[in-house]
Design a protein around this ligand. Structure first.
Ligand code: SF4
Length: 67
């Protein structure tokens, strides 16, 4: 499982970084950035909140082609 942000959807609200600063940051361009592609189980609550609060539904946590 891997965490990613769809850069085509992200509009740079920065909510993900506010909600889960351990997992997300905001780039110089103002877009969301994943800090921890494979979050530990203890981050599950933060991860769920960030995904649920992204207005653009740009955050996904799923199987990644690169494994
Ligand atoms: S909350 Fe969503 S739209 Fe906003 S910066 Fe994070 S990924 Fe991008």
């Amino acid at each position: 499982m891997a965490l990613s942000i769809d850069s085509q959807r992200c509009q740079g609200h920065g909510r993900c970084a506010l909600i889960s600063p351990d997992l997300f940051d905001v780039s110089d361009e103002g877009l969301g950035v994943v800090l921890v592609p494979r979050p530990a189980p203890e981050h599950a609550t933060d991860l769920t909140r960030a995904i649920g609060n992204c207005p653009e539904m740009a955050i996904s946590y799923s199987d990644h082609p690169a494994g």
